[in-house]
Design a protein around this ligand. Structure first.
Ligand SMILES: [Zn+2]
Length: 168
């Protein structure tokens, strides 16, 4: 009994969030999470599938795949994170990009509704300075430093894209 209690307390100290902190993060990211859920749910009758992994709802395939193949304009994305929702081209793709996308989840938990304006604003400034609006974006630099899906043995690219086009 005492052993169980000690282990429980230890787990709380080592990385488990206080319920109030978690609750705040769910609310803080809710506008983006709901946007992601809306896109995923609209896709459900059009071949999109859903699954729950690592505290996030993931949608893949069907309409979601079609959208990701056209975002950004002229390019393609493997996956896209919106709050606690992750949109992916396929289930195998999600396996490869999940760790990278969860860095973005933590960024959303920090910045909440400010994340998308900050991300897009950074990309716009970089584009105006003739830098790469994706790979030079500070949010992507952080995410790639922690998890680079292109380094995975299982990386095979998002459908018709090559690894250089991985995005999210
Ligand atoms: Zn990313």
């Amino acid at each position: 009994m005492a052993d169980i209690e000690i282990r429980h307390r230890s787990a709380r100290v080592h990385g488990m969030k206080h319920p109030l902190v978690k609750g705040f993060q769910v609310l803080w990211t809710a506008p983006n999470t709901l946007l992601g859920i809306a896109v995923g749910v609209i896709g459900l009758p059009c071949g999109t599938r859903a699954q729950w992994r690592g505290g996030c709802i993931e949608f893949y395939g069907g309409l979601v795949q079609s959208i990701l193949r056209r975002v950004p304009p002229g390019g393609s994305s493997s996956a896209m994170t919106l709050g606690h929702t992750i949109l992916g081209q396929s289930r195998p793709t999600l396996e490869v990009v999940r760790e990278h996308e969860h860095v973005h989840v933590r960024q959303y938990e920090t910045w909440g509704p400010l994340f998308l304006p900050l991300y897009l604003g950074a990309s716009l400034v970089l584009w105006m300075r003739k830098k790469d609006p994706y790979l030079d974006n500070p949010f992507e630099i952080e995410a790639y430093a922690i998890a680079d899906p292109r380094q995975s043995d299982n990386w095979c690219g998002p459908g018709d894209s090559d690894p250089g086009e991985v995005e999210g």
